[in-house]
Structures are given as structure tokens and as C-alpha cells.
Ligand binder design. Sequence first.
Ligand code: NAG
Ligand code: NAG
Length: 231
Amino acid sequence: MHRNQNSDIMICLSGLVGFLLVLTTEARVGNSSELKFCSETEQCLLFDLICKTEEYEVRHYDSVKWVSTNETSFFMEFAAMKAFRRLYEYITGANDQGKKIEMTAPVLVKMPDKNFWQMGVYTMSFLLPAEYQINPPKPSDLQVYIHDTPDMKMFVRSYGGWMTSTSDKNEASSLSTALDIVDAKYKKGFHYAVGYNSPMTIFNRHNEVWFVAEDDPTCASSEELNFAPFA
Ligand SMILES: *[C@@H]1O[C@H](CO)[C@@H](O)[C@H](O)[C@H]1NC(C)=O
Ligand SMILES: *[C@@H]1O[C@H](CO)[C@@H](O)[C@H](O)[C@H]1NC(C)=O
């Protein structure tokens, strides 16, 4: 009896493709050794780099789960202090399973676009580790909630030093200027302030500003557009 070799190969290939798909989706929250600037936690949020310019990177992020909390304030610094404490309680056991959950990176703060005399809603999020992405424990605190970010393309600008309202605002403004010059389409009204280090770390700190890309983002070359950033 002849076995059909081609169909064996097809089955084998589709099995392999399935296996690779599982691997890539699970790898989105993965080993921090894969990300040079993410060195303080075992697991980090991973991404695909689509392209980069002098001013920014375009990255693709898969949909992932976060534990989040909102805080209304005039200042990111005040909001962040209270929000951090609440999320820290969740990962140290304030959840329906009393689970201790390891810290991951980055920590996101969704920054409202506002004037300094206005209050704004700041949303801080901790990335859930891979083992809690499917079925995260329920937060005990009603102000803490589990939240998905969709599959997204992101415009990203990196900077060192400390993340403050001022440094974040300056970097966000540089990034939006660079994006506006090349007529890139991104969501208006907010951005993400993104931190990878604990406050105890003094050297080699890494922070980012993220704008959510709309349409199909590309890296328009600044030379092609005859743009001299410091002219
Ligand atoms: C992460 O990768 C490093 C180097 O490849 C390895 O030594 C370490 O055990 C890995 N950690 C986890 C949690 O898989
Ligand atoms: C948290 O704030 C965001 C705005 O950043 C808002 O869309 C969301 O509804 C708020 N969620 C809760 C649970 O308060």
C-alpha cells in the first residue's frame, strides 16, 4: 500500500506552522534577555521592529493583557504614586487567588493631553506575566481592573534619565513634531509614557514615548522630505 507522501508533508508543514504561530503569540510577553534595554525583570513586552528613522521607531505589538488603574490628578507624579501603590498591592496578593505575581516591564502610563491647570485621568498599567495572560486573578480593589490592549502599531521615541512630566512632555512634543512633518497618522489626545526601570536604578535608564499609529505606518525618510531637524 502506497502512502501519499505529499499529504504527509502537508500535514507536517501545517503542524509546523501551527506550532510556530503558538510560539510567536506566546512569545509576546517573553524572556527579557531578548530586549537589550529591558534588564530589570525576567519578562518583558516584546515587539517586532517595522522600521526606524533618526527620530523614531515603528513597532508592532500583539494584543496583551495588563492590570490597570485610573487616577485623576493635575500631575502625573501624584497620579503615578497612588496608582503604583494600588497595582503593587495587586501583584503582591490583593487578588482573588492571593497570588504573588512577578513584576514585568514596561510600566505604562496613559497620559491625557491637557493643560497644566486642568485635571486629567492617568491610567497606569503593569504588564501581566506570560503565565497570567490567559486567566489573570481578579483584583480585590474595585479601582484595579484587567485590560487588553489591541494589536497595535506604535511610533516610539526612546530617551534616558528620569521620566518626569517635563521630560515626557518634551519627548512627546519632539515625537509629534517629527510625525507631523512626515504627515504620519496617529491617535490624538493621549500618548503613553513608558518606563523600564525601578526608581532605584541610577544609570542606563530607558524610557519611551508611544503614539498609537493609525493606517499603515512607514518610516518616511527625512532626507527624501528634505527635512533638517535642527536647521
Ligand atoms: C531567559 O534567557 C536566558 C538566556 O537565554 C536564560 O538563561 C534564562 O533561564 C531565561 N529565563 C527564563 C525565565 O526563561
Ligand atoms: C479609565 O480611564 C480611561 C481613560 O484613560 C477610560 O477610558 C476608562 O473608562 C477608565 N476606566 C475605569 C474603569 O475607570
